[in-house]
Design a protein around this ligand. Structure first.
Ligand code: FAD
Length: 469
């Protein structure tokens, strides 16, 4: 007699780092018990996705919060050992930097040292001079007076587009199902029976039935308010501007060999050249952008949660493939301080990249309080990509789609499932009824993207830097 059990049907909506990682984990380790369908609103990797729409993402252990540092330890092991991810990881090491008056460097160093990770600091005297002895092309001595730094060899960066393609190939090769299409893959409604979800409807009118639906829709989670009701202020879509340039000259490329990723606290992320393409990038952290349902031109009016603006919706318009002039000005402003020889390079592939930011900076992974069978796993908050190789395991266990004992660490001590559930829970007081959305950027300004794209008014970057809390 057969003792087969019907697998639980799970629909995952959104094939970014959170959704794809969960689908891959379930397909690798829970096949037969869970039947997964991954739905994605654009051709994979979608140009809207924070996870697949770029060339570089920092991979780090350094967190001021030991909880995320412990998760990152597990993740970096996977970047270094899992054949799906290994080829896309570059162990350049990482420089952490902060302007005077902050404590992030001390906190990160402390967490690293307590985890047994070697940390190099830059002495007590002239830290910029020390920095330049190690990496002569980094830092403008005059403009970085008073800054503090540390360096760790642990960490580096990865090519997100290549990594998600590799993860998707693995998922598909294991029989994983994907529908990636603007009509057939875009979820437009929930199928509900009283307060129980039975499945979802896609834009082509098809119904897809499931026992459990997990929304991993990132910054787009506030776009269609029917899908995840009562999210309120827990998720705030913020766009960050990035620009690329290329080192064409072999001598110049050679001169930049061995440079680390630089986390320039609240100013941006600087990536060393990709040794094969010579591509470099800076992601701007001085300001964020949003799009309001009721447009407002003032960056001081911060009342609405806002929505993310899809690149796919902009394709074919004058606004496609652009960043506001103030963002380009900001990127050059940071480069002038950090890598003066690059500040006047010709930029290309400038774009906005959207992520779901939470007011407390933590993820949101929980069951919906009012609809049974509906869950969310989002809130990457500007640091979610590095967890691509491992976050699916945490999501599946937290939401009860994988057994509780699947949270076993390969390297150190992972937080317990109770800690994860508490940290990521829906309705955390810090995230609800947040009146001032600048909280999600710790006081940095959030500008209306369409207003700034159309007005294209540079010349305000110094005001933006000054207005921080
Ligand atoms: C500029 C920038 C720099 C960053 N730098 C780093 C870094 O250096 N290191 C790091 O670790 N993290 C970084 N992050 C954060 C990281 O990229 C994100 O936290 C992470 O990629 C978010 O993954 P996600 O799966 O939640 O969202 P996404 O990757 O955005 O995926 C969501 C997916 O859902 C799909 N979707 C939305 N609505 C629907 C629907 N109705 N139906 C079907 N599909 C839908 C979207 O098309 C999209 O593909 C950065 C983010 C940005 C924006």
């Amino acid at each position: 007699m057969s003792s087969s059990v019907t697998p639980k049907k799970v629909i995952i909506v959104g094939a970014g780092a959170f959704g794809l990682s969960t689908a891959l984990y379930l397909q690798r380790y829970q096949r037969g018990k869970v039947d997964v369908l991954l739905l994605e609103a654009g051709s994979f990797p979608c140009i809207d996705s924070a996870s697949g729409n770029d060339t570089s993402r920092a991979i780090r252990l350094d967190y001021a919060d030991p909880f995320y540092s412990r998760l990152a330890q597990e993740t970096i092991r996977a970047w270094k050992t899992d054949p799906v991810f290994m080829p896309h990881y570059r162990g350049s090491g990482r420089l952490g930097a902060q302007p005077p008056g902050h404590t992030n460097v001390e906190k990160c160093k402390d967490v690293l040292i307590r985890s047994g990770v070697d940390v190099e600091d830059f002495g007590d005297e002239d830290k910029v001079a020390m920095l330049q002895r190690k990496w002569p092309l980094l830092g403008n001595k005059e403009k970085l007076q008073g800054w503090d730094f540390y360096f760790t060899k642990s960490g580096g960066w990865a090519n997100p587009r290549e990594a998600v393609i590799s993860a998707m190939e693995e998922y598909r090769s294991l029989g994983g199902k994907l529908i990636d299409d603007a009509q057939k893959g875009r979820v437009v409604d929930n199928i509900l029976e009283a307060n129980q979800i039975r499945g979802v409807k896609t834009a082509d009118g098809q119904s897809h039935w499931a026992d459990h639906v997990i929304y991993t829709t990132g910054a787009f989670s506030t776009l269609n308010k029917k899908l995840i009701p009562n999210l309120g202020t827990q998720i705030q879509p913020i766009g960050f501007a990035t620009a690329h340039w290329k080192l064409e000259d072999a001598e110049e490329l050679k001169a930049w060999e061995g440079y680390p990723v630089v986390d320039i606290y609240h100013n941006g992320y600087f990536f060393p050249p990709d040794p094969t393409t010579g591509l470099m990038k800076l992601g701007l952290g001085i300001v964020g952008f949003t799009h309001d349902e009721v447009p407002t031109s003032s960056w001081e009016d911060q009342s609405d949660v806002g929505i993310a603006l899809r690149n796919t919706d902009l394709v074919g318009t004058n606004d496609a493939g652009k960043i506001p002039a103030i963002a380009e000005e900001g990127i050059r402003w940071v480069l002038r301080r950090w890598a003066p020889s690059l500040a006047d390079k010709e930029f290309f592939d400038m774009k906005m990249c959207w992520d779901a930011m939470t007011p407390d900076g933590g993820w949101l992974i929980d069951h919906h309080p009012d609809i049974r069978g509906l869950s969310v796993a989002t809130g990457g908050s500007g640091h979610g990509f590095k967890f691509l190789p491992a976050v699916g395991k945490f999501i599946a266990a937290t939401l009860g789609v994988a057994p509780e004992d699947s949270i076993v660490s390969e390297v150190g001590q992972l937080p317990s499932l109770d800690e994860m559930r508490s940290k990521w829970r829906w309705g955390r007081p810090a995230n609800v009824n947040v009146k001032d959305r600048k909280v999600v950027l710790q006081g940095r300004p959030i500008l209306n993207v369409m207003h700034h794209l159309r007005a294209q008014t540079p010349g305000q970057i110094n005001d933006m830097v000054r207005c921080r809390l």
